[in-house]
Write a protein that binds this ligand. Structure first.
Ligand SMILES: *Cc1c(COP(=O)(O)O)cnc(C)c1O
Length: 426
């Protein structure tokens, strides 16, 4: 356990010693009503805008203006292979080879595409295992896919619940379930980090357990990409999907990511929804009728991609590449640990952090359960210039992001939290 202290001068010292402190300046920090920097702890919903984003977009607008259709070949960053410029950086970020990664579509769309390919139910093996209360879009997608294959979510969807009285799942309980029931399970699909509890699942262990019982294993990394150190290839994950508007700061509705393990790279027999952008690049423009997919993740592309949102993603990924997840994660553990320390120090009866304590089982987010009046407390936080969110029924989510949050943000947040807690409950 690292040591922390409660004084303001200690927060200052942490900021002075922070080797990543200067990166905050690369982002636009929204102002509160009083004109001060707001305490932005909503990077788990929408990451802040990198100041370089405009320049990257303008480059594409200029190339469009000057070159029009020729920009596919002649632009500074030619549009035809534009998504390839991102593959290397994305691959680094999630621990994969560029061959296994593609940037395309949006998150839930990619999840559907992966389910089409990797959920192949049979009469005896038709179940999908998810965590209880997964993000709603994932639940809808999975249920609709189960029905689409002629099965019934009531019998084919298994949602793993924490033990009574506990808020998060124990890895050993997940493993035990897979060990026992695995031969009826077609696919295990968990969030890398659950959006509500902030729990990070132990992806390597779960993947191993699933493979041992013949299940495929995929992850929704919406809350994990740009937050955790990931090693999808070495963990032997089958597929993964993520969005890039949360921790990856690529802007609202930005283009999403997708990982397909290289084991499947040349499996043209796997069912998939095809489109011309997944067609072998040698023959794509021969405009022939027969689909022959590009080997690797790129073969799952359907349409020619949206260049402007990929430009903002490049702007952000250039920052990630410069720093690397290792350093970001080191700061993140310290920043979130400090927040946890200050909140625990306050000893407020109605407050309980449901996110696991172990840094290996969480990212930067803490989910703070507040008994009764939690919503009122949340409103007070907002009125004090804190950007965080409220998730029904009883959780305030706060995500100090190591790329642009500082230790003083955490200090100020804890101070406001304590003051407003007492104003409501005393
Ligand atoms: C944010 C999030 C989504 C949102 O899906 P979109 O398709 O990007 O709108 C889906 N699933 C999870 C787990 C998320 O955290």
């Amino acid at each position: 356990m690292p040591e922390y202290h409660t004084t303001q001068s200690y927060a200052n010292k942490l900021d002075e010693q922070d080797p990543l402190a200067r990166y905050r300046d690369l982002f636009f920090i929204p102002k509160s009503e009083k004109g001060k920097d707001c305490i932005y702890f909503s990077g788990n919903s929408l990451g802040l805008q990198p100041k370089n984003a405009k320049e990257y977009v303008e480059q594409e607008l200029d190339d469009w203006a000057k070159l029009a259709v020729e920009a596919h070949f002649e632009a500074k960053h030619p549009w035809l292979p534009y998504h390839e410029f991102l593959a290397e950086q994305m691959a680094q970020l999630v621990g994969a080879s560029p061959f296994e990664v593609v940037v395309m579509n949006s998150l839930t769309v990619n999840l559907h595409l992966m389910l089409v390919s990797f959920y192949q139910p049979t009469a005896t093996r038709h179940k999908i295992v998810m965590e209880d209360r997964a993000f709603p879009s994932d639940q809808y997608a999975v249920k609709s896919q189960i029905k689409f294959r002629g099965f019934d979510p009531k019998t084919s969807l298994i949602e793993l619940k924490p033990r009574p009285g506990e808020s998060t799942l124990r890895t050993e309980d997940i493993e035990t379930f897979i060990e026992k029931e695995g031969d009826t399970v077609a696919l295990i699909l968990l969030g890398g980090i659950n959006y509500y509890t902030g729990q990070a699942f132990e992806m390597h262990r779960i993947t191993q357990a699933g493979h041992k019982r013949g299940c495929l294993v995929g992850f929704d990394l919406a809350h994990a990409a740009g937050n955790l150190r990931l090693n999808l290839h070495d963990w032997d994950v089958d597929f993964a999907v993520w969005c890039s508007y949360k921790y990856l700061n690529a802007g609202p509705g930005a283009v999403a990511g997708c990982f397909v393990n290289e084991r499947f790279a040349n499996r043209s027999d796997i069912p998939r929804l095809a489109g011309w952008w997944g067609q072998n690049k040698e023959t794509r423009f021969q405009m022939g009728p027969d689909f022959e997919p590009i080997p690797g993740a790129e073969g799952w592309q359907i349409s020619n991609p949206a260049i402007l949102p990929m430009a903002t993603l490049r702007a952000s990924m250039d920052i990630f590449s410069e720093i690397g997840m290792e350093k970001l994660r080191a700061k993140s553990e310290r920043l979130t640990g400090y927040l946890e320390f200050l909140l625990n120090q306050q000893q407020n009866d109605r407050v309980h952090i449901i996110t696991p304590e172990h840094p290996g089982q969480r990212g930067c987010q803490l989910s703070i359960r507040v008994q009764e009046e939690g919503m009122a407390l949340y409103e007070k936080l907002r009125a004090n210039g804190v950007a965080c969110d409220w998730r029904q029924p009883d959780v305030i989510r706060v995500a100090p992001v190591p790329l642009y949050n500082e230790f003083m943000d955490v200090y100020r947040f804890a101070e406001i939290f304590q003051r407003e807690y007492h104003s409501i409950f005393d």
